[in-house]
Design a protein around this ligand. Structure first.
Ligand code: ZN
Length: 414
């Protein structure tokens, strides 16, 4: 799938260090392994039915900043992202609005691409839609069934069977164990499964948590012929296949919002391990969810603030980035309508500060070192912003260097 034009990334003197990151799977800060000096990052992409809201932007910005940290540390970075362009919410929305699901997906992917470009996000090198990968995904489902990790559940409303992943078999016979990624107890997992696309109540399953691998074709739903019957893939196996095809096994970071920890990242890891014998990733990093009007921003509640609307109303993308980067990626926070104005004021102050002639300017080289130290410490953008507030309030000795540093490390164009 076509991506978008990459942002300008000025090279800075010297080098930063690879960031220490919080690994959800281990509940601790660590330096994830970077095999062959190449950081490989997979971030779960959108289901294209309701384009980029501030919560999405915060997640993708987190992993944009992560890559900037690696690049500044001289580490090669390979980034992959999927598009879940066939899934229940997309089909439901298409149905409800009388639009063909493919047209809705195309339109929303286009909008997302344009939002990402305008926001100066580093594009993935591998940008892969599920509909481009059906054969590979069906092949993986067949492989799981053959290895005894997948089983058929008869259906009442389809000709073929649905296929489920056997959590218990995988826990016994692969290197993966339930809870390897998600630090939750079983009761919480069951609750989250019901909330986030799973079907714990479905009769005929061996374990309520077992996730769907392949959905047999239903009347009126898109479906494809495959060696496991006519149908379409389940959500988790898509990402297992797209991620490992793009990045190989045991890549550096699997990323997404915290709402993906369970079941999505748990089972993406489980399926990849059951298929290949290799763990999916070294670390699992998650960006906190953003609230608006007192509740988590969500499509179901409809309390969404769209990036495209802010941009179309004249917001400077750099001001939106600053409004988001005020928050550490692991802190839950609420978007207020005044946040954009605060970001805009800060941006103006920084631009003014670069021009400031001072008798006692801050050393731009010293500020760059402080920025790098904060970035290496679990992407501490609030400290970076505070450092820049202080330096630019005082004036700096090398405005060009600082302008490049802010653009390269934060993606903020002064
Ligand atoms: Zn995913």
């Amino acid at each position: 799938m076509r991506t978008w034009t990459p942002p300008e990334l000025p090279e800075l003197p010297g080098r930063g260090t690879a960031p220490r990151l919080y690994n959800t799977a281990k509940s601790r800060l660590e330096h994830p392994a970077i095999p062959d000096d190449t950081a490989r990052l997979y971030v779960c992409g959108i289901t294209p039915y309701d384009a980029t809201h501030i919560g999405h932007a915060f997640t993708y910005l987190t992993f944009d900043i992560m890559q900037r940290a690696w690049i500044d540390a001289g580490i090669e970075t390979v980034y992959a992202q999927n598009i879940t362009d066939v899934d229940d919410p997309l089909l439901e929305r298409a149905d409800a609005t009388g639009v063909d699901w493919r047209d809705l997906a195309d339109e929303q992917i286009g909008l997302f691409r344009s939002d990402m470009f305008r926001m100066g996000m580093i594009p993935p090198a591998h940008y892969v839609a599920v509909t481009e990968s059906i054969d590979e995904i069906a092949g993986a489902v067949r492989g799981l069934v053959e290895r005894g990790f997948g089983y058929r559940v008869p259906t009442e409303d389809a000709e073929g069977d649905d296929i489920y992943f056997d959590v218990d078999a995988a826990s016994r016979e692969s290197q993966w164990r339930l809870g390897d990624v998600a630090p939750y107890d079983r009761a919480t997992m069951r609750e989250l499964s019901a909330e986030r696309g799973g079907d714990p109540e479905r009769p005929g399953k061996r374990d309520p948590l077992d996730p769907l691998l392949w959905r047999a074709a239903r009347e009126g739903e898109p479906s494809w012929e495959s060696p496991v019957g006519r149908g379409r893939p389940g959500w988790h196996v898509e990402c297992s296949v797209i991620a490992t095809r793009a990045l190989g096994g045991a890549f550096t970071v699997q990323g997404g919002g915290t709402d993906l920890i369970f079941p999505h990242h748990e089972f993406t890891a489980a399926l990849a391990t059951a298929l290949s014998g290799t763990p999916l990733a070294h670390a699992y990093c998650h960006a906190a969810l953003v609230a608006y009007q007192g509740h988590k921003m969500s499509k179901s509640r409809g309390n969404l603030v769209f990036v495209s609307k802010l941009l179309d109303s004249g917001a400077d993308p750099a001001a939106i980035r600053l409004a988001l980067l005020t928050h550490h990626y692991r802190s839950e926070w609420e978007w207020f309508d005044g946040d954009l104005a605060t970001g805009t004021r800060r941006l103006a102050a920084w631009r003014e500060g670069l021009e400031r002639v001072s008798d006692d300017p801050a050393s731009s080289a010293a500020v760059l070192a402080q920025l790098r130290a904060a970035l290496a410490n679990d992407l501490d953008t609030p400290v970076m912003l505070a450092t820049l507030d202080a330096a630019l309030d005082r004036g700096v000795d090398d405005p060009e260097l600082l302008r490049d540093a802010v653009l390269s490390l934060l993606g903020v164009k002064l």
